[in-house]
Design a binder for this molecule. Structure first.
Ligand SMILES: Nc1ncnc2c1ncn2[C@@H]1O[C@H](COP(=O)(O)OP(=O)(O)OP(=O)(O)O)[C@@H](O)[C@H]1O
Ligand SMILES: [Mg+2]
Length: 236
């Protein structure tokens, strides 16, 4: 079963002569263990696509489903729950809570997902896995950009979501640090079989993807699988 599926998903902003078709009848299926880049020029619909996959937005027409559950027709609370349980996000600008420590930022994701058990320990273990075992008590302002993005990756992964969505995760980092974040994401894909879908303009980032989907004017202009998914068996 696909982890996420879009069928004829269209997103239109505005109406009449001013209408912008940000996405135009896009049908795509994502499988467990994918490490997929969404490429395309500015305005081609990358963020719109990720927002639909991440259940942050709903299509104007067509359907979106996550782990076989159709998102259409769900109320905002049900949608929020589906999102909290199944999707992790990494943002371009990190989006950590400034007054919370690294550990607390990661723990918060478990709290929102309603995860029981020792949340603190799980948060600390996940931070150690992304190389921040020594920085558990630091607040975002006490961390470099790359370290903040590592916290964000830990926060996205800690609840073992079906899929991690990242909209230009390296765009605010210098190329060396961006490359390290990509290595980390790929390591988490290889080792934990975590599924990643990320957008990028950066050829270096695209080169590391297992699959590259190219958008152009809101349509799929290319879809190339270069390597099989880390885990096609659905064990994540
Ligand atoms: N809230 C909105 N209202 C109106 N138009 C929008 C809105 N959001 C996006 N659009 C339009 O939809 C199209 C796709 O935008 P989107 O943000 O998905 O592109 P993108 O590929 O992510 O671009 P970038 O690389 O610059 O981030 C663009 O033409 C954009 O202007
Ligand atoms: Mg964008």
């Amino acid at each position: 079963m696909s982890i996420c599926e879009l069928r004829d998903a269209t997103k239109t902003y505005g109406s009449g002569a001013a209408a912008v078709h940000a996405l135009d009848k896009v049908s795509l299926a994502f499988e467990p263990g994918e490490f997929t880049a969404i490429s395309g020029p500015s305005g081609s619909g990358k963020t719109t696509l990720l927002n639909l996959v991440g259940l942050l937005d709903v299509p104007t027409s067509g359907s979106v489903s996550i782990t076989g559950q159709a998102a259409g027709g769900l109320g905002s609370r049900a949608l929020a729950r589906l999102r909290a349980e199944n999707i992790g996000f990494v943002f371009q600008s990190f989006n950590l809570v400034p007054v919370l420590t690294a550990t607390e930022n990661v723990e918060m994701a478990l709290h929102l997902a309603g995860t029981s058990g020792d949340r603190r320990k799980l948060a600390q273990e996940t931070l150690a896995a992304v190389g921040l075992g020594e920085m558990l008590k630091r607040k975002p302002a006490e961390l470099s950009g790359g370290q903040q993005q590592r916290v964000a990756v830990a926060r996205a992964l800690v609840k073992k979501p079906a899929v991690v969505i990242a909209d230009e995760p390296t765009a605010n980092l210098d190329s060396t640090t961006g490359s390290q974040i990509l290595d980390l994401m790929r390591e988490m894909n290889d080792q934990r079989k975590a599924t990643f879908i990320f957008s990028t303009h950066d050829p270096m980032v695209m080169a590391r993807a297992r699959r590259v989907i190219a958008l152009h004017d809101g349509q799929v202009a290319g879809d190339e699988v270069r390597e099989p998914a880390a885990d096609g068996s659905g064990g994540a």
